[in-house]
Design a protein around this ligand. Sequence first.
Ligand SMILES: [Mn+2]
Length: 480
Amino acid sequence: MAEEIPEGKFTHEYVVIGCGGTGFSVVRELVKRGKKVLAVDISKERVEVLRDENYDAIVGDARDESIYENLDFDRVSVILLLTSDVEVNKEAIEIIRRFSKEVFIIARAPSPKLKEELEHAGADFVVVPSEAIKNAVIDAIKRIDTFRKLKKFRKVLESAKGGKLGIFTHDNPDPDAISSAFALKEIAKRFGVEADIIYYGEILHQENRAMVNLLEIPLLRGDEVDLSQYTKFALVDCSAPGVNNSIPKDIKINIVIDHHPAENVEAEYVDIRTDVGAAATIMTEYLRELKIVPSRILATALFFGIKSETDEFKRNTRTADFYAAAYLYPFVDHEMIEKMEGPAISTETLDVLGTAIKNRQIYSSFLISFAGFINDRDALPQAADFLLRLEGISTVLVFGVIKDTVYLSARNKDVRINIGEVLRRAFGDVGSAGGHAHAAGGQIPLGIFGDVSDKDALSKLLTEAIKRRFLSALGVEIKE
Ligand SMILES: [Mn+2]
């Protein structure tokens, strides 16, 4: 055998020993990827076949030291032992390790049990074909699930052809809901189905408004649209009409795509995934599976949807969200994202902020402020967010009056306090209030505070009453 080995040392980066079915495919794949590969096999015929196909190949036994004597270990970086004989592989590992401690060894083992033996002998990585096949089968099953889902989805969309699809979001849609609806609209278009995005409530938050305006996403208000013109309906980012949304309860829904847990969802097509952080992540997967390359605008919308829903990948973010964001990334207009994240402050918000700053009252680490008689409810959380940044402050309550309602917005970063609970305790009996540990809100009818028409007197009265209830719910005593 030794006479088959030519003079001079081999400088190939990869050496594949054992070129049966698996080894041969590995050689072929590595060469295809531009690697320099030396193939070694005990069978003369096999080596001839390899040479016929222009691969560098020599005849040799994996346990024959002369092979390794002829390798330049400064250049060879990986040796793959792919013979099906585990004893041969094991012996070969021991021999190779006498020549080089550094060279990377990948070896094949017939079972998980023998894997350890080869690792022990000095292999860096052991491949077990039966495990690889098992994983491939599991992957195939997952793919089939997706495939079946998609087939159903296509069917529903195709049956909508010629008609019009109404896509509902939840009330006061956020970027996740808006971008998901937008994606569904674009997908429907590919199927020859015209679609409108319909919402109830308001597009609150300047970021959301900036998104809709900058990306020019067409949205229709539910109370201004004739629902009888639609032949099918879809819900995104929510799963039932009339539940936490103002969609008429008697509307028959055909498609539901959501990431919030839900039971007994009724629709022709339902895709609810609770293992993703955003509905926009699901929609991105639809684009990928349907091989629809997103436009710059759509990719930017979805990316912004995922980013904002997961609070910059900090909240309830799953692997799928990262994958979706990574997929969208090259299509995203990042300048646009920057503009959406730092939209101009409206004059009104600035005024509300000014009033809230001026009227602040501080009790240890709690800050309370009356932001005045306002028009834009959305300015309150912004003022609360801003005031929470004040040194020494951990909890903020800002409130303002719009028409005959007092709106409350609270923010908290003290881990011992659940501000949603505090607001419920403080104001639940006179209005509606609640939320999360770090953010909460509420509404109280102004009439509760008596019939006072003088604004100054009302301001004082309100501030006193709200302060008392709030601090008492927090367990703070007010010293007069
Ligand atoms: Mn969502």
